[in-house]
Design a protein around this ligand. Structure first.
Ligand code: PGA
Length: 255
């Protein structure tokens, strides 16, 4: 079956608003594969302005990089899912390893965030992935299984359809070291089978699973050609318009 191809950029805490506008202008102007859904996860401060710019650009969408698990209240400094929905932001990243590490977000908290985001009408890009220790002991599949079970598997069939899974091995994020295409394929196929078992085969076949961790123009083609890899969540390389456009254009032609 053919699934949506996705190139998502995660800008993290990078770019001023002016730099972000320039980057988006360059992306809009470029020749891009029209079948690819491009999602830009930008800083909160950029969302409203960039949304106005890309409004009519069908296959270009915005994401927030995080949201709170409650919709309002005394949580100084936080942004709620309903605030994002109210400005028509369609996607939010939940569970990025940097938030798990630096903000101590665990599977239980992430379950709450996923629930709140979906309830607000957002679609979720849910990140999972193991660190090097886990990979070395060959427990990476079990590790990801537990992450999915604890944060996602209380969702029902309708809800899980609004989730994109991003497999991001921590040892490959920002390190220049990419998982081999075979390592990515192994995990993506395992995740797809976990989803099929938990829900049903149709849902497993349909769910989008993207790979993240040092995706660049030079390796995107090979990674995106794996049968269970539906695209990428790209950090560093998404900050360079030319490089990111090459990544967007790295999907194999429809068969
Ligand atoms: P990277 O980051 O592409 O810079 O490795 C990926 C991510 O953290 O989503």
């Amino acid at each position: 079956m053919s699934r949506q191809k996705i190139a998502a950029g995660n800008w993290k805490m990078n770019t001023t608003l002016d730099e972000g506008i320039e980057l988006v202008n360059n992306l809009i102007a470029a020749e891009k594969d029209k079948s690819v859904l491009t999602i830009l996860a930008v800083p909160f401060t950029h969302l409203v302005t960039l949304d106005k710019k890309i409004k009519s650009k069908g296959k270009l969408k915005l994401a927030a990089q995080n949201c709170h698990h409650k919709n309002s209240g005394a949580f100084t400094g936080e942004i709620s899912p309903s605030m994002l929905a109210a400005i028509n932001i369609p996607y939010v990243i939940i569970g990025h390893s940097e938030r798990r590490q630096f903000n101590f977000e665990d599977n239980q908290l992430l379950k709450g965030k996923v629930r709140a985001a979906l309830d607000a009408g957002l679609k979720v890009i849910f990140c999972c992935g193991e660190d090097l220790e886990v990979r070395k002991t060959n427990k990476h599949i079990l590790h990801v299984k537990i992450q999915l079970e604890e944060s996602l598997f209380s969702l029902d069939v309708k809800e899980i359809k609004n989730v994109i899974i991003a497999y991001e091995p921590i040892w490959a994020i920002g390190t220049g070291e990419t998982a081999t295409p075979a390592q990515a394929q192994e995990m993506h196929n395992s995740i797809r089978r976990m989803i099929s078992r938990q829900y049903n085969k149709r849902v497993g076949e349909a769910i989008n699973i993207v790979y993240g961790g040092s995706v660049k123009a030079s390796n995107a083609k090979e990674i995106f050609s794996q049968p269970d890899v539906d695209g990428g969540l790209v950090g560093g390389a998404s900050l360079d318009a030319k490089e990111f456009i090459e990544i967007i254009n790295s999907f194999p032609p429809e068969s």
